[in-house]
Design a protein around this ligand. Structure first.
Ligand SMILES: [Zn+2]
Length: 278
């Protein structure tokens, strides 16, 4: 299995806390927890999100993750594309990191940063994504920050840039939750758009079996089932847990119950393997 969306360090976005106390723990505590989690869920590869606004010599916010890859086999880094930093100097540093081939994708934080995908600040990152054949992931949907501006996180906005940059592969993180149908339409309409299924619900293992949450969980599964069917592109959906916000195994079971078994190999392994060249 491949988990296309996890965190191993705080994202350091405006108004966002550390996400989970674990992410503030010393590096070996985090990597031990991640290895245990991967083993328990039979996950071989994970893609971890970098942080925003890192020091100059770490233009994609992934230095910490790259250091941890020595401690966890199968850990890959996703660099943060910052639309507020599109000056040539910064972009040169970004390109130097991409040239090392240590990054599997770029990520833009729509909503957390009040810039739409068609903002000129993102354009150079699309050019780099195309040149280095890296997917461009966007946070879409609900945010964990009161400072975020939701309209920028609407998945429909990604349609504009998917059309204008047909050679770039875009990923809608969280399937635009709660705008699942909008996200599914963007996937349906554009051959160069994928969606990850992370973060539709969060909570510890117990919260996935708690009686009082079953109705909510089933409603969410139904919404996912409907969006997945609507998109008519089973090869465009990726399992992601948003760990440590949800346990990988419990979240896998939750997704598996929503998606027809026929497509499990695609969702849990093959689609991510092809998209991220794993
Ligand atoms: Zn996340």
């Amino acid at each position: 299995m491949i988990d296309a969306h996890i965190h191993i360090m705080p994202p350091r976005l405006p108004g966002v806390g550390c996400l989970s106390p674990l992410l503030e723990a010393p590096p070996t505590v985090r990597t031990d927890a991640l290895r245990r989690e991967m083993q328990a869920a039979d996950v071989r590869h994970v893609l971890a999100m970098g942080c925003w606004n890192a020091p100059e010599d770490d233009p994609l916010g992934i230095a910490e993750i790259l250091a941890l890859t020595r401690l966890v086999s199968g850990l890959f880094a996703i660099g943060v594309a910052d639309p507020t930093r599109s000056d040539p100097e910064h972009l040169r540093r970004v390109e130097a990191v991409l040239a090392t081939k240590q990054v599997r994708a770029l990520k833009g934080y729509l909503g957390y940063l009040p810039y739409a995908p068609d903002h000129p600040g993102y354009r150079p990152y699309y050019e780099l994504a195309e040149r280095y054949q890296l997917p461009m992931i966007f946070h879409t949907g609900d945010t964990y920050s009161p400072c975020a501006k939701l309209r920028y996180a609407q998945p429909l906005l990604v349609d504009d840039v998917a059309v204008d940059h047909p050679k770039v592969k875009f990923v809608l993180a969280h399937l635009g939750n709660p705008w699942l149908t909008d996200a599914a339409e963007v996937v349906y309409k554009n051959v160069n758009v994928w969606a990850d299924l992370s973060g539709l619900v969060v909570g510890d293992a117990g919260s996935f079996t708690a009686a009082e949450r079953q109705e909510m969980l089933e409603e969410t599964r139904q919404a996912l089932r409907r969006a997945f069917r609507y998109a008519e592109r089973p090869n465009r959906f990726l399992y992601g847990s948003d760990w440590p916000l949800a346990p990988m195994a419990a979240y896998r079971a939750f997704i598996a119950a929503a998606i027809p078994e026929l497509y499990h190999a695609l969702i849990f392994v093959d689609n991510a393997r092809a998209l991220f060249r794993i």
